[in-house]
Design a protein around this ligand. Sequence first.
Ligand SMILES: Nc1ncnc2c1ncn2[C@@H]1O[C@H](COP(=O)(O)OP(=O)(O)O)[C@@H](O)[C@H]1O
Ligand SMILES: [Mg+2]
Length: 236
Amino acid sequence: MKRLEIKDLCVAYGGVKALRGVSLSVAQGQTVMITGPNGAGKSTLMKALAGVVKPQSGQIFLGGHDVTGLSAERVAVAGLSMVPEGRHVFGSMSVLENLRVASGRRRDKAQVLADLDSLLDVFPMLKERTHVQAGLLSGGQQQMLVIARALMTAPTLLAIDEPSLGLAPKVTDQVYESLHTLQARNQLSLLIVEQSSARVVMTGAHMVLLRSGQVVLEGSARSLDAQAIEAAYFGM
Ligand SMILES: Nc1ncnc2c1ncn2[C@@H]1O[C@H](COP(=O)(O)OP(=O)(O)O)[C@@H](O)[C@H]1O
Ligand SMILES: [Mg+2]
C-alpha cells in the first residue's frame, strides 16, 4: 500500500518555480531519500507535503486521502509528522517536557506512555537526559530529540529535512541507526532529505535526485551507477 503519493507537484514563490512537476511515492514501511544540490527544491517539497506552502498544481495523497492544500494541522492529523531543517527544540524545557508537549492532543494516554518508553529505548542518549534542559544538549542529541518528538504524535509517515546538517559523520551514523530501528519496530514510512548523495548511497535506500525542481534520477541507491549520480547531481 502507498503511504504517500505525490503527483506532478508544482510550487512557485512569486515568479520562482521551485518545483516543476515532481512525482514520487513512499510505500508502507519504506524509506525514500531525497537528495540534490542546494536550491533543488528539497525543502520546498517537504514544506508542500506538510501543508506549510501551497502547491500551484498537482496532488498529494496520504494513506489514500487527498491532502493537497490542507493546513499543516490537518495534514498532521492525516498521519504526517515533519521535522524541519534546523533542530528546533524548546530550549528552556526538559527533554521529557519536549516529548510530552508533542503528545498533548492524543487521547490514548496508555499508548502515549508506552510510545515514550519505546522511544527512549531507541534513543538511550535521551533516556539518560530526560530532565536536562533541551537547549543544553549537543547537536546530535537535539536532532534525536526532534525526531523523537515528531514520533510522539504517532505518525504513519515521518518526513525529515537534512537530519545530518552540521553533525559529525559518526553522530549522523547514530541518528540513522536509530531511524533504522524505529522503522523496523513500527512499520514506519520515512521520507528523508539529505544534500549529500554519498550519505544517501550509504543507506542503500530508494533515492530520488532533485535538480532545478525536477526529478532527474531515481532508483535504489545500491543499483544506481556512481557516475550517473554525479552527472545528475551536477547537471552534466
Ligand atoms: N520563501 C521563499 N521565497 C522565495 N524563493 C524561495 C523561498 N524558499 C525557497 N525559495 C527558492 O526556491 C528554490 C528551492 O529552494 P529550496 O526548496 O529551499 O531548495 P533546497 O532545500 O533543495 O536547497 C530556490 O531557488 C530558492 O531560492
Ligand atoms: Mg533545504
